[in-house]
Unconditional design. Sequence first.
Length: 614
Amino acid sequence: MTDPSRPRGITRPTPGAAAGPPRRRLVGLLVVLSLLFVGIIGRLADLQLVAAERYVAYGTSQRLRAEELPASRGSLLDRTGAELVLSVPAQTVIVDPRMIDDPLETARTLAPVLDDDVATLASRLSADSAFEYLARQIDDETAADVQAQQIEGVFLRPEPRRTHPAGNLARGVLGSADIDGVGVSGLEAQFDDVLTGTAGEVLFERSLNGVAIPVGQQQLEPAQPGDDIVLTLDRSLQFLTQEALAEQVRATGANGGQAVVMVPSTGEILAMVSLVVDDEGEVVPATYNRTLVDTFAPGSVLKLSTVGASLEEGRSTPGRAIEVPYALNVGGHMFQDSTLHGTEMWPVSRILIDSSNVGAIKLGQELGEEQVHGYLTRFGFGQSTGLGFPGESAGRLRPVEEWHGSDIAGVIIGTGVTVTAMQVLAGYNVVANDGVYVAPRLVDARVDAEGGRHRAAAVPTRRVVSERTSGQLREMLEGVVSDGTGTHAAVPGYQVAGKTGTSWKLQADGSFENGRGTRDYMATFVGFAPSNDPRVSVIVVIDQPRNVYSGGSAAAPAFSRIVEHALRRLDVPPTSGDDREGTGHIVTVGSTESRVRATPAVAGDDAHVDELDG
């Protein structure tokens, strides 16, 4: 029965029924709060105890900026310490594009300062990166102008710039380094690991907008510069040699020229010059070191090896007379002397002094192929000089097994062989050094960052011929200058020994015939002075002379001038009072000295043609 006193719709709760659900919710809330508390405590423990250092480092990284300090590249110095290549302080402009609000407007501001294109700069300023170069290795004045703009996000950083105080002097030898300071050619590439320093680092604290905080944390690790290289080159003599060679290239209408100056007793290279004629007709330094890289058929300068071998092997003496006809058939090819003469008895000395092709070939035939090849190898042909210069050629001296028919004759007179100018000079230094081969040397020492000087290792030497044979060859080479084909090589006051060489120029296809169906020439003179006590040796090679063709006319005059400069530079006193004329300071186009015969004497394989000497 319903209680009439209880309001309708209201039900009295059952005792104990309402306490269950609220209590469970409260317990659940307490559990959640406890877990959150435990999580917070754990997180605090992780932050304060477990990973404190990691988070401190993370926070520090947000404020600290590390910037590399480029190391200065070592210098290339001449033998006196004069700088040929060095690094000078410069500034590079960089940008953090994330900090640039208006790339186009910023580009318009910087374009006239950096002398750059607005569109190019705008592209860099809006790049999706944190680092971009705007201009590299600028001068101090431009750097000051950039800094005066006070553009947020644009910074200056030091970056050394490579420079050549002597301009293009010896550039083919010295080589070059790229904008990042990496050697890419010449000595810069060969000694890149020595010249390259160790980069440093500066760590500084910055604000949120990237500006360094003056009183913030800073840390500096200085860059370590690379070592300097002291060369054997003499800057003054390099310049004088270049001028003398350039004068001769112009006088002969040639395509270019090469010259090397050495101290024969030590192998020190005092000058190395490679010149070419550019598209405007100007004589300029070549872009690479042709004296070590380019090869050519040397002509009669190679006869020294065969004559020396005949003397050394006891088959000849300087006075031994042999029958020398004007022409000689070898393997079906006719070889001729440069001047018409009957069949005559010539002493061996005259064969070298007057540069007889036929006489030299007959001496070589007596020796045989093995000994002809062996002595050329002993004199240094067909192998590198050991300088380690990038791109150096070993020349081409084929193994005896590949010789056939008239090949022996072509090798003896220098048309079946290719050489570098450096190889030829090193070979002639054997005679200057009483029969001993002294390897060429281009580096004198390394100077470290503390100033310590470390001398280069001694160059290897080896005996090639006896002192007696060397003395006999020296007398013959003196005769070449006094009475033979090299009279224009004489130097007033000094006894000079040397040899001429004239050969057809090898073309790109390996033949001697150019695109016009004719032949070009290479003219060479190599020797040393004073001949009784050699202090300097020189080779001059004239590439494709047009007014005169022979080594005695085209190359010997420049040899004379260069030797005279070198002897003065080395303070070598005169050895005689000989002031005779004919020192070769002027090219005489109509000279009547022994000259190249323009008439080919053979047909067939150009590798077997007779050498045309003068």
